[in-house]
Design a binder for this molecule. Structure first.
Ligand SMILES: [Zn+2]
Length: 376
């Protein structure tokens, strides 16, 4: 698995000038590529390399090459659209940077030669030690950051495991099949306050109001981020091996129903999902995604599916009379679906390449997926 280590670097001219030169090199390749409709790296290299070297003699050739690679990928992604590259960033591959977390420094190829920069040490850097595959230097508002990608050994995932179903919703950001809830009460209050302030500031319309508005949206964003971190951490720490979530479908053409659309609009569910996956992976656990169809209409006790089973916050089965909190009922269904999905994934392709997690283990195991029936 890959992780990103972010370090702040001193604001040095050598880095700034490297970024400016890299940007120009990238732009030269982009212009040529969009004009001649090519994205092939060899063709781009032949056509632009001499010019780039002539115009930016200080830019090391390794960076000229990563600039060309980045331009090539952008051309492919945007279908040769004319792009003006505004972002100041530099792509480093393993030839042109070396990361030393023990002595808190990083050496980077720059327009002024190979230089070493200090950074502040954080404890997580000691646990994230592996192969530092590439890095990205980013310059934003008088600050310079280096995002270093590190390849960590995969943690083996168990073939047979306890599954936790998680239903994401409005009243409860997450309802879990182990009868726990992450209520959205406080979130809604805070979000409402921000909304109120934003509306008032938009009405004022002055420059200082605009600045204040920007600060507010930054604060709101960090609040959402922090909340998602807390919830995902609590979930990943639960004594379960597999976390089942509904697949979020963001296809506009497809109708997901009112409940689902409301869910998508009001919270960063995709981010929460990413965080749960990220934190689970590090513990040798995994996330499976299930089809959201009928999860809120099906009775988690007898499997009977009917629209009228659900009314508001409650669920009451029209067949067996079972009643439960609606989100909890959905989370139990998601858990059951997750169990069979996890097994299916494991039989078809082991989730981890590690030899320890042999998929053959499941055959001998006593694990049986619960069968479901859909009533009329
Ligand atoms: Zn029932």
């Amino acid at each position: 698995m890959f992780r990103t280590i972010k370090v702040a670097l001193p604001f040095e001219q050598s880095l700034l000038q490297t970024a400016v030169a890299f940007n120009r090199a990238c732009q030269t390749v982009l212009d040529y590529g969009s004009e001649h409709k090519v994205y092939n790296k060899n063709v781009l290299n032949k056509a632009t390399y001499p010019q780039v070297r002539r115009e930016m003699p200080n830019l090391p050739s390794a960076l000229v090459q990563t600039a060309r690679d980045e331009a090539s990928e952008m051309l492919l992604r945007t279908d040769f659209a004319k792009i003006i590259r505004k972002r100041l960033s530099v792509r480093y591959d393993n030839r042109c940077f070396k990361f030393y977390p023990d002595s808190n420094r990083v050496s980077l190829t720059t327009v002024m030669g190979r230089l070493t920069f200090p950074f502040k040490h954080y404890n997580y850097m000691d646990t994230w030690k592996g192969e530092y595959t590439n890095a990205q230097l980013v310059i934003r508002r008088n600050k310079i950051f280096l995002n270093v990608q590190v390849k960590l050994p995969d943690v083996a995932i168990k073939a047979v495991g306890e599954v936790l179903g998680i239903d994401r919703g409005i009243l409860n950001i997450a309802a879990c099949s182990d009868n726990t809830f992450f209520s959205s009460k406080r979130l809604r209050a805070v979000k409402g306050r921000y909304q109120f302030l934003k509306r008032r500031l938009q009405h004022v319309g002055t420059r200082s109001a605009h600045r204040k508005l920007q600060r507010l949206s930054g604060r709101e964003r960090r609040f959402v981020l922090d909340t998602n971190h807390c919830i995902s951490k609590a979930i990943a720490n639960k004594p379960f091996d597999v976390f089942a979530l509904e697949k979020l479908v963001v296809n506009k053409k497809k109708k997901n129903g009112k409940r689902f659309n409301r869910k998508l609009g009001s919270w960063s569910y995709a981010e929460l999902q990413l965080f749960i996956k990220y934190k689970a992976e590090a513990k040798g656990k995994c996330v499976v995604l299930v089809n959201p169809k009928y999860t809120s209409q099906r009775c988690s006790k007898c499997g009977f599916v009917h629209k009228q089973n659900r009314s508001g916050l409650g669920f009451r089965c029209g067949n067996c009379g079972f009643s439960l909190n609606a989100d909890l009922n959905a989370s139990r269904n998601i858990g059951v679906l997750g169990k069979s999905e996890h097994l299916r994934l494991f039989v078809n392709e082991p989730i981890v390449a590690s030899n320890e997690a042999s998929p053959a283990g499941i055959v001998d195991g006593s694990y049986k997926p619960m069968s479901l029936f859909i009533g009329s």
